[in-house]
Design a binder for this molecule. Structure first.
Ligand code: ZN
Ligand code: ZN
Length: 783
């Protein structure tokens, strides 16, 4: 694979092949080379010498928009959607902002991610329609310090995706793509053709790349049309059979350019800002701010790491002090950032993710605490939930589903707010201790304080006024957690040169005895057979046990395509052996496994949409299901979950297994199928319980929920931030547990000298007595 720079020069040399389009030529566009940066660009302005991008050109539309009509955020989408629908595109609903279908991403970061799947063969594309248009809301956390400040950086934004697959017959390619984008700008938005400039560039994605044309109007990049047509294989340009149009444009920028406001936030968050200004009584000096924005636009903010230095330069040019400048703009910047962060939280929580200190939840808590920090700093009377509510209302024409999750968003934000204030109280003590010890708070320490205790630099600044906080602090802390999403692969034993085992367990689930041939004995411990009906551990389900001849099998693992049976005694290679599977244990495992699906769906129904399976383990004694939830479960909630689970058992719903291509499975059942994480296969085994639950799962299940008999929740525990563990057992194991409880009850009744049915009352009585005794005891101790 060539470096991006090498590819760039290769494409530049061969510009006629990659960038010269009949459409552009017919319209009278000419190719120019930027006198400042050397990039190629296409324009109708025959005299033009510089490219349309910063730093070669600055914004020219602030206070002076190039369109006659003004569109707000929602209207802009409607104009774009209408245009593409009129030209044969299917408009599809957004995909979740929480990216459950990719093992390498927590969040959807671009519209093309919706359709990319990582399989065993690398990246493939799955488009539900061709061509299509999608308003894809995205989350990115790499620019947090710039959010609210530059006027155009967001952590949450809407990428308009214009996509088509082209194989020579279906779909369309470069010419049609650029023609559509040009007509959208000129006809639908009314931008003069001379103002539209296309800049040559390229895009390198995972496993594929291609040339791109970015389109600019008055110094603002509105969209980027990427023509993904080459596969990355060594140094050759290897053309793909199916090429992909990947045009992504910022909806924020389309609305912005028609209004020419000082920042794009003024347009995008209009109702939210209006509310905040009313709540805080802050007046907006729009003339001053426009001057400020124009100046800020002449500085390349992407490169500015030092915001303080930038402010000094602007203050000098405006002829004011830095203090005055900051006094005027800081509250506004805070409002912009809060608007952005609450929009991100609204989407992410509605899509089922919780703020926490693990994985993607970590990023959510960062923006949540940053927003709360601003509100506290300025002592504003603003509640984050009210803003989420406004976002949901504002966006209802594009994303009507957001308002369905408001209750849940409120509950979660309330708890998080409480936690934040608890942290604030703790901060004082912790910082005082550090100062007493004479220790310094450097960058590493800052990051650790946030990482381990949730203490933000803003909180520390209340006690240490001269604290040095790097501008990219939040980028640094989130970067630490980006590598957490990785598939767990266990491969300790070398199985190269061993033929694959025929794994027949799914073909006949009732087969408990069979004959097979010993192919190989590894390390005197593991038997490889030519075929097996033993279930190897997987999907959180323990393996079958049993016998191979007289040798007990204690564990079965699958490594690659080879199944390893762990045995106590050595077996002779080449020999035909008799195998027996312990059917009682298999049965219990099936019950516990199916029970896990049932308890998971029951928990989600009782607790809310944010409940996902975080992990699970099923042994023959009990099952353990870890779910995402923000708090301990109350007794009432546990009871409700148990009740609902048993209702599902009683209904005797069928447990159906389907083998479907991945795209079809997603289309039919949505991304909830990825409860146990992403599965790399292109064909998925979908397990459905009636029509209430569908999961991609490779485990062994009952045929009907009724076979589980009943489910008892043994205990629940909050095992870490955002994760609750539910232990339960099913059928005969549950019965054993209840019998023990019953015996205990009988014993208790005897001790209390009451009838068994009176026990609860007597126990309650006893408990009250004990509580008051404890109180007395405490009082005595205090004296
Ligand atoms: Zn240039
Ligand atoms: Zn399962």
């Amino acid at each position: 694979m060539l470096s991006k720079e090498k590819l760039r020069s290769k494409f530049r040399e061969d510009w006629e092949k990659h960038y010269k389009l009949d459409f552009l030529i017919n319209q009278g566009f000419v190719r120019k080379v930027c006198s400042k940066c050397g990039k190629g660009f296409w324009t109708l302005q025959t005299e033009r010498e510089v490219c349309p991008d910063q730093p070669c050109q600055f914004y020219e539309f602030l206070g002076n928009p190039p369109t006659k009509k003004r569109f707000d955020y929602i209207q802009s989408w409607k104009v774009i959607e209408d245009f593409f629908k009129k030209h044969g595109h299917t408009s599809i609903r957004r995909y979740p902002i929480v990216c459950r279908w990719r093992p390498d991403l927590f969040f959807t970061i671009a519209s093309i991610i919706d359709f990319q799947r990582l399989g065993e063969e690398g990246v493939s594309f799955q488009f539900p329609a061709n061509p299509l248009i999608v308003p894809q809301f995205c989350l990115r956390f790499n620019d947090i310090p710039n959010v609210g400040i530059t006027g155009r950086h967001y952590s949450c934004f809407c990428m308009i995706g214009q996509h088509s697959i082209y194989d020579g017959k279906k779909g369309y390619w470069k010419d049609r793509c650029i023609e559509l984008d040009f007509r959208l700008l000129s006809s639908s938005f009314g931008i003069k053709p001379e103002e539209i400039i296309f800049l040559e560039d390229l895009w390198v994605g995972p496993g594929a790349f291609g040339p791109s044309l970015e389109y600019f109007v008055k110094g603002l990049e509105l969209g980027n049309a990427v023509f993904t047509e080459f596969k990355s294989d060594n140094s050759n340009l290897h053309e793909m059979k199916e090429k992909v149009i990947d045009m992504g444009a910022g909806l924020e920028r389309f609305a912005w350019i028609t209004q020419g406001t000082p920042t794009s936030y003024d347009v995008v968050f209009e109702p939210i800002l209006r509310y905040m200004k009313k709540q805080t009584g802050i007046k907006y000096d729009s003339e001053f701010f426009l001057k400020y924005s124009k100046l800020a636009g002449t500085l390349n903010l992407d490169e500015v790491n030092n915001i303080k230095r930038m402010r000094k330069q602007i203050a000098d040019k405006l002829g004011v002090t830095v203090e005055l400048l900051e006094k005027k703009i800081k509250p506004l910047e805070a409002m912009y950032a809060i608007s952005d962060h609450t929009m991100g939280l609204t989407f992410a929580i509605a899509d089922g993710l919780l703020p926490s200190n693990v994985g993607g939840g970590y990023n959510l808590r960062v923006i949540l605490r940053r927003a709360l920090g601003f509100i506290d700093d300025f002592r504003w009377d603003i509640d984050l939930f009210d803003l989420c509510n406004l976002h949901a209302r504002h966006l209802r024409l594009i994303c009507p589903e957001l308002s369905e999750h408001l209750d849940e968003i409120q509950r979660i934000l309330d708890i998080e707010k409480k936690r934040f204030h608890e942290t604030k109280l703790r901060t004082k003590r912790i910082v005082e201790t550090i100062i007493q010890k004479g220790e310094t708070i450097d960058e590493e320490r800052l990051i650790n304080l946030y990482d381990s205790k949730g203490i933000t630099p803003e909180l520390i600044q209340d006690y240490v006024s001269d604290l040095e906080v790097p501008d990219d602090f939040y980028t640094k802390v989130t970067e630490r957690h980006m590598g957490e999403k990785r598939a767990m692969i266990r491969e300790e034993i070398d199985v190269t040169n061993i033929p694959p085992t025929k794994l027949l367990v799914y073909e006949d689930l009732k087969k408990m005895e069979f004959q097979a041939k010993v192919l190989k004995m590894i390390n005197d411990k593991y038997v490889v057979l030519d075929k097996t009906y033993f279930y190897p551990e997987g999907g959180g389900q323990k393996s079958d046990v049993g016998f191979i001849d007289d040798a007990p099998v204690s564990d079965v693992q699958k490594v690659g395509d080879v199944v390893l049976h762990r045995v106590m005694d050595k077996l002779e290679e080449g020999k035909t052996v008799n195998c027996r599977i312990n059917s009682y244990r298999r049965d219990i495992l099936k019950k516990h496994h199916t029970g896990t699906h049932i308890v998971n769906v029951a928990a989600r129904e009782v607790l809310g949409n944010h409940v996902w399976q975080h992990g699970a383990e099923k042994t023959s004694e009990k099952a353990r299901l870890d779910i995402t939830h923000y708090d301990n479960l109350t007794e009432e909630e546990v009871e409700k979950i148990e009740e609902r689970a048993n209702e599902i058992v009683k209904k005797n719903l069928p447990v159906k297994i389907e083998v479907l291509p991945r795209g079809e499975a997603e289309k039919k059942y949505g991304f909830r199928i990825y409860q146990g994480g992403v599965v790399p296969e292109d064909v998925l085994r979908i397990v459905s319980i009636g029509n209430i639950d569908h999961e991609a799962c490779g485990g062994l299940h009952l045929e009907k929920t009724g076979e589980a008999e009943f489910i008892t929740i043994l205990k629940t525990k909050r095992i870490q931030d955002g994760i609750v563990r539910i232990e339960f057992s099913v059928g005969p194991v549950a019965l054993k547990y209840l019998k023990e409880k019953e015996a205990l009850l009988r014993e208790t009744a005897k001790l209390l000298k009451v009838k068994e049915e009176k026990v609860p009352e007597a126990v309650k009585d006893l408990f009250e007595k004990w509580k008051s005794k404890r109180k007395e005891l405490r009082k005595l101790r205090r004296k």
